[in-house]
Design a protein around this ligand. Structure first.
Ligand SMILES: [Zn+2]
Length: 345
């Protein structure tokens, strides 16, 4: 069977006709199989949803109980038959509950990675290499200039700044699903045991992580705090809030941003970020190319991000490769909007 007879890009997303489902559909479909909880991959309004328990829980937290007609949880390593294919979920190392989805039909296996990273992350199961015939890779940071380095070193930079400016508040922009909890966990691993302050938009999901065993230490809400009492503290907030009038409640804040994009100085400057922290939940160039090679796939489909350079890399390394041209997936950090009522001064 040809791979394109198993999975095919259509307007609603990646369609598996033989299995009667779509992977991470961007439009409402009858049956959705979902890789992880970020809003560009996990949308409300499908008939049936198959995903990990964590992804289902995060969708419920974001969209409410009726986000789908029916849901089914699947564990890592579990195999389920859908129509003429079998699907199996494997850890993607991206955020809590994130999965790569292996779709097999007869002797052909395609792995749709969703978003992934091969770097260690104390808040989720480590990325697993899944041998396959066709690997569908993301390409958010698919340019050789992107090398993320060690996240622990970036946390050291943040702590050094806190020590250097005890009279100022530190305001760290971090995507509220995944990145924020990872930054908290890294701070604790670095020995930081003071309370960490949270923007209201991060509370629900951070408490959910805690309920799944990712212990955050002492957390406090920013709301209701006196300005002077926030001197010398660290607060996590969605990236959009850190350039907002919301920041006026902090004493002379040092604005930081935890993102793979912070490798690009112009981006940091443009956003008014004083302390860029290169911490990414996506694989960097070396991670992408090493993963592609490790899967043993002879064919690679590249999607959402910088497709061209990665397609070229594959071809020069003897692999068949093409961009998928899927529409509707973005960079979650750039697209996060604040819930109503969270941006008050
Ligand atoms: Zn994601």
């Amino acid at each position: 069977m040809r791979p394109q007879d198993i999975l095919m890009p259509v307007a609603a997303g990646l369609a598996c006709k033989a299995g009667g489902f779509h992977i991470d559909p961007v439009r409402p479909v009858e049956r959705a199989v979902i890789t992880h909880g970020h809003s560009d991959h996990a949308r409300a309004g499908h008939g049936a949803v198959l995903a990990t328990q964590e992804t289902l829980d995060m969708m419920r937290l974001r969209y409410g109980d009726n986000f789908a007609a029916t849901t089914q949880a699947i564990a890592y390593g579990e195999e389920i038959r859908l129509g003429d294919v079998t699907v199996k979920f494997h850890p993607a190392g991206h955020v809590l509950g994130s999965a790569q989805i292996a779709v097999s039909c007869k002797a052909t296996r395609i792995v749709a990675s969703g978003d992934y990273k091969d770097a260690p992350d104390p808040t989720c199961a480590p990325f697993e290499v899944v041998p396959c015939d066709v690997f569908i890779t993301e390409a958010t940071f698919g340019l050789p200039v992107f090398r993320h380095g060690n996240a622990a070193d970036e946390i050291k930079k943040l702590l050094a700044s806190v020590k250097l400016f005890p009279e100022r508040a530190h305001l760290v922009g971090a995507y509220s699903l995944g990145k924020a909890q990872r930054v908290i966990a890294l701070l604790r691993l670095a020995g930081y045991d003071a309370p960490i302050y949270l923007h209201g938009a991060m509370e629900k999901i951070t408490h959910y992580y805690a309920s799944r065993g990712v212990a955050p230490g002492e957390l406090r809400a920013v709301k209701g705090m006196k300005k002077a009492d926030l001197a010398g503290t660290i607060t996590l907030a969605p990236p959009t809030a850190t350039s907002d009038i919301w920041t006026r409640r902090f004493p002379d804040p040092v604005t930081a941003f935890a993102s793979g994009w912070m490798r690009v100085r112009a981006r940091a400057r443009q956003r008014g970020v004083e302390l860029p922290l290169v911490i990414s939940d996506h694989a960097d160039w070396d991670g992408l190319t090493a993963t592609i090679a490790a899967t043993g796939a002879g064919e690679v489909w590249v999607t959402h991000g910088q497709e061209d350079a990665l397609v070229h890399w594959c071809q020069t390394n003897g692999l068949a490769a093409r961009p998928l041209d899927l529409v509707g997936y973005g960079d979650e950090e750039e697209s996060e909007t604040l819930p109503e009522g969270e941006d008050e001064a």
